[in-house]
Design a protein around this ligand. Structure first.
Ligand SMILES: C[S@@+](CC[C@H](N)C(=O)[O-])C[C@H]1O[C@@H](n2cnc3c(N)ncnc32)[C@H](O)[C@@H]1O
Length: 276
């Protein structure tokens, strides 16, 4: 008999490993919950920051699906209870910036500090990842009173649900940082930038508003830039505008993906366009 493992043995081992991993995560989550409970009873006690490892989720979700979201689909933008997300939001105020596919939310935290008078929302299709962002915001709001009240996150499929969230000419900045490249031919329709989606983004944007895109995948960069160039309602930032916009440096450095690409010595390709 051969000493190498049979397929069945390997499958069984993998199953056991997965089960053990799940148990560790469940145990750690329970511990976290206990710590959070203790701090709830003592509002002056600092809360512990959530650990990214406990919120990992498989990378690819079907963005054509309507299943992944944490709000009611019958809702209209005017019915959204934004106070639930931004406790200090006054009547007449609204979300200004959207970070589409915000992942673990690195950009949002920077936007909060840089633009204290603007509201930003992160839209993320993966439930666990979005829960991490919400948990981190909640802990920071608790630990640093009065801060991070202008950012929030929603689990949703941004390809399908923007009309439920925003009205015409509302947004002044939309970010697409390191979107999924969707290389396979049959998945190209999943890309977050296309002529149809640009028409939608243009509808929700103020004149003079900016779309920021960045990726480390050259093919995707050409795709996004090409589509933006083709669209009659967008024009690329001038050299001076690129130089003078402080967000150009931020989008290259602050998100979790930007940091990963930096660490691996990857190249980052930027394309930023203004809504006419
Ligand atoms: C490669 S990650 C980049 C995350 C983040 N922008 C960053 O730079 O760290 C792409 C993210 O987009 C999310 N995503 C993909 N399609 C989406 C969609 N249709 N709506 C909302 N989020 C989506 C994925 O779940 C993933 O977290």
């Amino acid at each position: 008999m051969s000493s190498s493992k049979t397929n069945q043995e390997e499958i069984k081992e993998k199953g056991v490993e997965k089960e053990q991993e799940k148990n560790v995560i469940e145990e750690e989550t329970e511990k976290e919950k206990e710590i959070q409970k203790e701090t709830e009873n003592d509002p002056n006690k600092k809360k512990k920051m959530p650990k990214i490892n406990l919120f990992r989720q498989k990378a690819h979700m079907n963005p054509l699906s309507l299943r992944q979201m944490d709000f009611n689909l019958s809702i209209r933008p005017q019915d959204m209870n934004w106070k639930e997300y931004y406790p200090n939001m006054e009547k007449g105020e609204h979300v200004d910036f959207a970070d589409i596919g915000c992942g673990y939310g690195g950009l949002l935290f920077k936007l909060s500090e840089m633009f204290p008078n603007n509201y930003s929302i992160g839209l993320e299709i993966r439930g666990k990842v979005c829960s991490f962002v919400k948990e981190k915001i909640s802990v920071l709001r608790h630990n640093e009173k009065g801060k991070y009240l202008n950012i929030s996150a929603l689990q949703t499929n941004a390809m399908r649900t923007l009309p439920h969230l925003f009205v015409k000419r509302q947004l002044s900045k939309i970010f697409f940082l390191f979107p999924d490249p969707e290389f396979k031919k049959r998945k190209i329709k999943w890309r977050i930038i296309s002529q149809e989606l640009l028409a939608e983004y243009a509808y929700f944007m103020k004149s003079g508003g900016i779309i920021y895109t960045i990726t480390d995948v050259y093919k995707l960069h050409s795709w996004m830039k090409g589509h933006l160039e083709q669209h009659p309602l967008f024009t690329e930032l001038t050299k001076e505008e690129y130089q003078n916009d402080p967000l150009i440096n931020v989008i290259s450095t602050e998100s979790e993906e930007a940091k990963r690409v930096e660490k691996n010595g990857g190249t980052k390709f930027l394309a930023c366009f203004k809504r006419k």
